[in-house]
Design a protein around this ligand. Structure first.
Ligand SMILES: NC(=O)c1ccc[n+]([C@@H]2O[C@H](COP(=O)([O-])OP(=O)(O)OC[C@H]3O[C@@H](n4cnc5c(N)ncnc54)[C@H](OP(=O)(O)O)[C@@H]3O)[C@@H](O)[C@H]2O)c1
Length: 382
């Protein structure tokens, strides 16, 4: 990891404690949303929700009005945008950040600049852009956004990589870089290893010489999934049940015990991962897919008592918060994006396994994104 960081000219960042705790529910800054009732051939389309609820019930495809291009604005034609768990939670109204209603869904995606206001200096028509922060509303065919809400990305990377770059690969990069100083040969353990973040962790770790122990849920087509993750560079893939078995010790004959555990799930899975962590190791929680609390054995009669006898560290990470804390650190953000784009160009970081869905079929995509064991990111083609 240090090698990758040096290449990216990023000093290992120590995460400073947030100055203020994020509000339980905050509102994001978004571009203005106005809808048009009449269908017009050239009107942009967007996936809009006017109230919170189950996505397939509240999200509707509507004509949108594009506001007039201001001096500091950029007119963007969106190309592709994924459906991520956070997008679903925002629509349900259960995410700590909520967009003012009505809102266009989607926080991630890539678009092509069509036109820029006369005070826009850093972007020009033809450039590719991604959201600089959460809440852009990317599930739309076109939009006018303030320049500061956009980040330029190179247009020589595959469109699906660009569309899925700003959330999961950045999260994978940060959790690998910011919590433990990992060297080639060290190992990391993670659950939900087939998630978008998990796939990026496997690939970035592999490019840095770090071994990965990957935990997934059992399923009928497990061998196929194992093969796919091994193809990405995973060193070991185990199911949640296997993680609890004494046979895990065979893994640690060839791979050192992990110094870092990455938790996307919560509940029992965290207890099981902690059992294998080195003393004074760190577990970073960045997701809560099981919707269960993190469970840590603390009492002294449990031999693996994580807190008392092994002094493990429990940390949390939120990419949105990292971006806000690094809003003035342009160099750091650019270095991270450059490092990720270099990996993409070198074929070491690919887009997550995905299903490309035309915008009109958004309901199918929303439903698929919420089903278990799909192992495929739904990406709306705009
Ligand atoms: N903190 C941050 O900054 C940050 C950034 C990015 C993502 N995230 C969070 O990370 C999580 C993953 O995001 P993603 O985009 O990578 O997701 P994704 O590609 O849609 O994958 C979802 C993953 O969650 C697993 N999963 C779903 N329900 C589960 C359950 N009940 N128990 C165990 N595993 C379950 C799925 O496994 P199966 O195949 O077994 O269903 C799959 O591996 C989400 O919670 C997201 O909000 C956080």
């Amino acid at each position: 990891m240090q090698r990758l960081l040096r290449r990216a000219r990023i000093p290992p960042v120590r995460t400073a404690p947030a100055r203020t705790a994020p509000a339980r529910t905050a509102t994001v800054r978004t571009a203005t949303v106005r809808t048009r009732s009449a269908a017009a051939g050239t009107a942009p389309l967007g996936l809009l929700y006017e109230r919170h609820g189950e996505p397939a019930a509240v999200v509707q495809l509507k004509n949108l009005e594009v506001p007039k291009l201001g001096d500091c604005d950029v007119h963007v034609k969106m190309l592709a945008a994924p459906i991520n768990p956070a997008d679903i939670n925002m629509i349900q109204g259960t995410y700590p950040l909520l967009s003012p209603l009505p809102a266009v869904g989607g926080n991630e995606g890539v678009g092509e600049v069509q036109e820029v206001g006369r005070r826009v200096a850093a972007l020009k028509p033809g450039d590719w852009v991604i959201p600089a922060d959460s809440g852009l509303g990317t599930w739309r065919t076109r939009g006018v956004f303030p320049e500061e809400m956009l980040l330029k990305v190179p247009s020589d990377i595959p469109v699906l990589c660009a569309a899925t770059l700003s959330v999961n690969p950045c999260t994978a990069f940060r959790v690998l870089a910011d919590f433990e100083s990992l060297a080639p040969g060290d190992s990391v353990i993670q659950n939900a290893a087939n998630s978008g973040v998990g796939q990026a962790v496997i690939q970035i770790a592999r490019a840095s010489g770090i071994k990965t122990i990957n935990v997934v849920r059992d399923r009928p087509d497990l061998p196929k999934l194992v093969e796919r993750l091994m193809g990405l560079g995973a060193d070991h893939v185990v199911t949640e049940e296997m993680l609890r078995k004494p046979e895990m010790k065979y893994i640690f004959k060839s791979t050192p015990r992990p110094r870092l555990a990455l938790n996307c799930v919560g509940g029992k899975s965290t207890t099981d991962m902690l059992r294998h962590l080195q003393p004074k190791g760190t577990m970073v929680t960045y997701g809560g897919m099981a919707k269960q609390p993190v469970m840590v054995p603390v009492v002294s009669h449990i031999p693996q008592s994580a807190f008392i006898f092994r002094d493990v560290r429990l940390r949390g990470f939120w990419m949105t918060q990292w971006r806000r804390e690094h809003a003035q650190d342009r160099e750091g953000v650019v270095a991270m994006m450059d490092a990720l784009c270099q990996l993409i160009r070198g074929g070491q970081l690919t887009a997550p396994a995905c299903t490309e869905v035309p915008l009109q079929d958004y309901r199918t995509a929303l439903e698929a994104s919420m089903k278990p064991f799909v192992s495929s990111k739904q990406i709306l083609l705009l």
